[in-house]
Design a protein. Sequence first.
Length: 322
Amino acid sequence: MEKTALPDHVYDTVIIGAGPAGLTAGLYASRAHMKTILIEGTASLSQIVYTDHVENYPGFPEGISGFDLNERFKKQALRFGLKIVTGDVSRVIPRTWGRIQGWEIRTGDSSHESLSCIIAAGTTWKKLEIPGEDRYLGKGISYCATCDAPFYKDKDIVVIGGGDAAIGEAIYLTKFARKITVVHRRDRLRASGILQKRAFESGRIEFIWNSKVEEILGDDSVSAIRIRDIKNSEEPKIIPTDGVFIFIGMQPSTQFVRGLVDLDENGYILVDSHMNSSAKGIFACGDCIHKVLRQVVTACSDGATAAYCAHLYLEELKGVAY
């Protein structure tokens, strides 16, 4: 079979996302001498950079900030020649060169062509979708304690949620706020045991159980929330507050591949053990895939696997497999 000559600008792989999964994939791909480019988002950053303290990543017994850990990943990947550009991916579409199929990854007015693609786009915070949430964004509403906690020194604030993110951020906020009130829909937390213990023992975190927030109130900025007990028919209560931090879960950043690869009911990309998606030549890894555990260490594992399997795929595609 006659081989098809590829244009010089065609990459072996394009990686979408600059969190632990994407940077690990970039490290492994570049180290394997694959022609690789990584696209780092401009509208959103990896969730890890917002994490104040990571204490369960192996090799850092004293812990490390999420931002610093991710910067170390980036520095190491760049050392092996990874090229990083910024842009927000809008579409991934099929592209062919003779008999060879690949992909075109579009970011606004530019695009990158590649034989394969590794999606490590991560997740974004879910919203409550209640009155006042959009109106007061940046005016008392936040989805990032690490970013905005200093604005609430000696003030009273509300944290909404009961998982690791909510409780971890509530604990971090005790360094600044006078009082933190956690509002949770259930009668117990979902967060890990060690975080629960720290929260209950902090002395500055109060809990309102079995309640949901119905509205965020204020004038120029947040001044209160309206909550309702979901287990009885009492009238809603007004809770005064200077700020609201919302941590009710994540949603995958996979809008640009809807209809291209198979997703689960929540929008996470379905992959096999080799990080293959349903589209040939598209791999996915990290928090944007359907999986049990979303942690830095599992994201790194996913990224390494995706890059390795993309390398094997390219060898088969180019007819140079060992």
